[in-house]
Write a protein that binds this ligand. Structure first.
Ligand code: ADP
Length: 376
């Protein structure tokens, strides 16, 4: 199509590569929510190098019984490095944050204060509709408690890693102890601990589930045995600083025995008005926009029923608004020539971006939370 840019005389234009670079900078600065400075990049490179060395050292001295290939997979694919999430990145969810501070962060940072009656829980379940910040919370817990973060989706254990899953689960728990304090985050835990057990369940899936429960019990026993046995202090101390944090959008699918093992079950609900406001303001903070206090209030009203990820999707789509009418012309424009984001961009995006959880679906979570959970 014909755009003003195409009609511009060649002599006026910058080299194509430079124009493209500028355009991509503009687009990046509009869509990105955070950018890292050069200093931060230096830090990241250093951290990556030291992690590489640490991995090599661990692989040279693996605990007995741990499969080397599985260990490599865990260290390369399951341990999450860099790109940290902090409490402040997560809008709202104060009750959940406090519960996690008390259950994980403080005990990990000051294990001496959390013994006996104050013994920390070894498992915590985060449940609620999709896109409400469960994964973000788990990552923030790892950052704030200075822990190694192991992140695996249970469905990948029963699909991608099937066949080697039992070895992988053993290696996972062993390495979590080696790298303690550690958080083992298992997303979609329902697909591992579901009620399907018995005749209908796939034999391989059942074996992984059994292995997972054995390893988890061992962890609990090792930690609990700390005061009874007078030896192997190091090993028990490490077991005491490994926590299984699991997330699910289908809490009712988890079988009863497995459910009871999660001493704490935290409901992560859809964001309330105040939380939506904080999140929207956070997303707009780094952007050029013309939304006043009243506009934000209106947006908060229009996003009732939206999850955190729905709101992010909405803001990203609205941020594209000022570029959409420009077509290819945007490739030649400076940042200042692009108009700020306005309420009308959000209104336009709201016609296509809708809440992903229905009212009926929401009620199911509320009911389950009333019966089995703690409110967040
Ligand atoms: P879940 O694990 O509950 O499905 P995630 O933690 O993966 O959800 O969140 C998905 C995305 O939604 C995040 O990357 C973030 O952009 C956004 N999001 C969700 N909840 C929040 C929140 N409370 N604060 C800020 N962003 C959020």
């Amino acid at each position: 199509f014909e755009t003003p840019a195409r009609r511009r005389p060649r002599s006026n234009t910058k080299p194509k590569a430079e124009r493209q670079r500028e355009a991509s900078l503009i687009v990046d600065s509009i869509i990105q929510t955070s950018e890292s400075s050069e200093d931060e990049q230096d830090e990241e490179t250093k951290a990556a190098q030291s992690w590489k060395k640490k991995k090599a050292a661990i692989l040279k001295k693996l605990p007995p019984g741990v499969d080397e290939h599985a260990a490599k997979q865990i260290l390369n694919e399951i341990v999450v490095q860099g790109d940290q999430v902090h409490w402040n990145d997560i809008a709202g969810l104060e009750i959940a944050k406090n519960a996690l501070r008390e259950t994980v962060v403080y005990p990990f940072l000051r294990p001496d204060l959390f013994m006996g009656l104050r013994e920390p829980a070894r498992g915590m379940l985060l449940f609620g509709p999709p896109g409400t910040g469960k994964t973000m919370l788990a990552r923030a817990v790892a950052t704030e408690s200075k822990s190694t973060f192991f992140s695996i989706s249970a469905s990948s254990l029963t699909s991608k890693y099937l066949g080697e899953s039992e070895k992988l689960v053993r290696a996972l728990f062993a390495l979590a102890k080696v790298l303690a304090p550690s958080i083992i985050f298992v997303d979609e835990i329902d697909s591992l601990l579901s009620q399907r057990s018995g005749s209908g369940e796939h034999e391989a899936t059942r074996r992984i589930k059994t292995e997972f429960l054995i390893q988890w019990s061992d962890l609990q026993r090792a930690a609990a045995g700390r005061e009874v046995l007078g030896e192997k202090e190091k090993e028990r101390g490490d077991a005491n600083r490994v926590l299984v944090l699991a997330a699910t959008n289908l809490p009712w699918a988890i079988d009863e025995a497995a459910r009871r093992r999660f001493v704490r079950r935290q409901y992560i609900p859809l964001p309330e008005a105040e939380t939506r406001k904080v999140q929207l303001e956070g997303l707009l903070r780094e952007q050029r926009h013309e939304l006043g206090e009243d506009d934000i209030e209106r947006l908060v009203g229009m996003t009732d029923g939206f999850s955190g990820s729905d709101i992010t999707a909405l803001a990203k789509d609205a941020a594209m608004g000022p570029l959409r009418s420009l077509g290819e012309a945007l490739l030649h424009m400076t940042m200042d020539q692009i108009r700020p984001i306005e309420l009308k961009d959000f209104e336009a995006s709201l016609t296509t971006i809708r809440p992903s959880v229905s009212q009926a679906g929401l009620k199911e979570y509320e009911d389950w939370a009333k019966e089995f959970g703690e409110r967040g």
